[in-house]
Design a protein around this ligand. Structure first.
Ligand code: THU
Length: 133
């Protein structure tokens, strides 16, 4: 199994476990870190709707809590006709741990449909430069 197949498999596992009783929209995300490890996350909704978290946030949290620092590739999977794109907040989260080579793969049940770099998905991003006075 190559690394893309493994990424897809990990995202599928997370997708199956997604907790989405309110939106009925399950999302799975998986990461291959620059250190060579795989992580996954799913959306976890809450009866207090704003408390819900996105799949990407869970996968990033798993990566960081295990001590890895950088996303080499991240895959986001949903069972939707319109291909899923990370929400705005998740693009910002992905950017925090990406570099210009990091890849964002968008997938549905038929597999990976598109791949982007973060600069293409979040061109006008908020960076540390803005904090300088
Ligand atoms: N969702 C994600 O997990 N990632 C995204 O990038 C977009 C949206 C989740 C949040 C919510 O549980 C459901 O999809 C519907 O918005």
């Amino acid at each position: 199994m190559n690394s893309l197949q493994k990424l897809l498999k990990e995202a599928e596992k997370a997708f199956q476990n997604a907790y989405a009783p309110y939106s009925h929209f399950k999302v799975g995300a998986s990461i291959l870190s620059s250190e060579g490890n795989f992580y996954k996350g799913c959306n976890v909704e809450n009866i207090s709707y704003p408390c819900g978290t996105c799949a990407e946030a869970g996968a990033i949290s798993a990566m960081i809590s295990n001590g890895d620092k950088k996303i080499s590739e991240i895959l986001i999977l949903a069972d939707s006709q319109e291909l899923i794109k990370p929400c705005g907040a998740c693009l910002q989260r992905i950017q925090e741990f990406s570099d210009s080579n990091s890849l964002i793969h968008l997938a549905n049940k038929s597999g990976i449909q598109a791949s982007y770099h973060i600069k293409d998905m979040l061109p006008l991003n908020f960076t540390a430069k803005e904090l300088k006075k």
